[in-house]
Design a protein around this ligand. Sequence first.
Ligand code: UTP
Length: 406
Amino acid sequence: MDIQEARNLLKEHGQLQLLDYYDELPREGQEALLAQISKINLSAFHGLNAAGARKPGVLSPVPAVTAAEAEANRERFRAAGLAALRAGKVAAVLLAGGQGTRLGSDGPKGAFDIGVTRKLSIFGQQFANIEEVTRAAGVYFHIFVMTSELNDAATREFFRQNDYFGYPAGKIHFFVQDMAPSCDVHGKILLAEKGKIAASPNGNGGWYASLIKSGVGHIVKEEGIEWLNVYAVDNVLQRVCDPVFVGATVISGAGCGAKVVKKVSPEEKVGVLCMEDGAPAIVEYYEMPPELASQRRPDGELKFAYGVILNYLFKTELLNLTLEKQLPVHLSFKKIPHVENGETVTPESPNGYKFEYLVLDLIKLMGSCLAVEVVREREFAPVKNRTGTDSVESARALLERNGVKL
Ligand code: UTP
């Protein structure tokens, strides 16, 4: 794209402010800015306003394989899961591209030291959990690690320094997620520097598109990987490629599986797996009408009982079909440092929007989803904050309860 093409395009979309400092930039800076502009989907910024939470459709509870049913069928599910793992049909995708702003640590979230008397990173603990599966299966599965431009180098270095946590390095493949530009409240894209567009990682929902177009995407096809187990970096009790979950999903014939836990209260801030207009969907806690969230069944249990823990098993065949579909965009109102009158300004209160795709929106596109309930004290210890709910403190307590020496 040359400067004239950029000018015409930006004018058409009302984004000419991106060229305000173009003439001041050195030649390479000008080229880099044009390259950034050429990659933006400018129509995404049209008619932008402070879109509130989405209004969900008609909701009904989702049937799930309860923890008791999973236990009763354990051997059958586990055998099917181990067979799929041994046949190389299953791989894992670690979503590690987040910024961990609530945790407030500089490095990658997975590098956070959760140990007390010894060093124990979140990555390290997750790999210790994975070892139980690889030992039982007798094979190592591929693990794709999604990073972002902001933490890719640091994440790779952390893996190298830690000798890939004892996992074969050749089975671990890094790929970088896409970035999305940030804009002000009027939909005008912001500049982080005179020659650099303000952008942030585009959420955890674009992982498959980013994986496939990355340099490691071909492995999925060449190795005949049929299932991808996607999981969040910030759950230290995360069970990856859990044979029982894999087996239950494969046997069910569903297009995907989701690990769920029973919500502790109607107000708990987790996405809820339910049926929406007849299809499986995840409704975020802030979208769920409070009167539905608090409804109870005759036995006293919550009607919309199952919260997701960001551990899903997706059929790759179906994921390929999603590549042509547009996922909904979620906006979050944030403080975005930007250039104003030639100076970089760091605002004290939110001044614009970041754009994110969310992995939970993929569920709807899969057509069917098997919910598998797991025992939360054994599998759900999220590390979102330093203290309080879902924090380093609460995760440490849960690890100790599960016999992990800290
Ligand atoms: P969160 O939604 O908790 O976001 O991520 P975060 O960025 O880690 O933390 P905060 O909100 O800034 O405090 C849930 C999972 O999705 C991944 C995270 O790494 C985590 O595993 N994620 C999130 C990505 O991989 N990319 C993103 O752009 C956002």
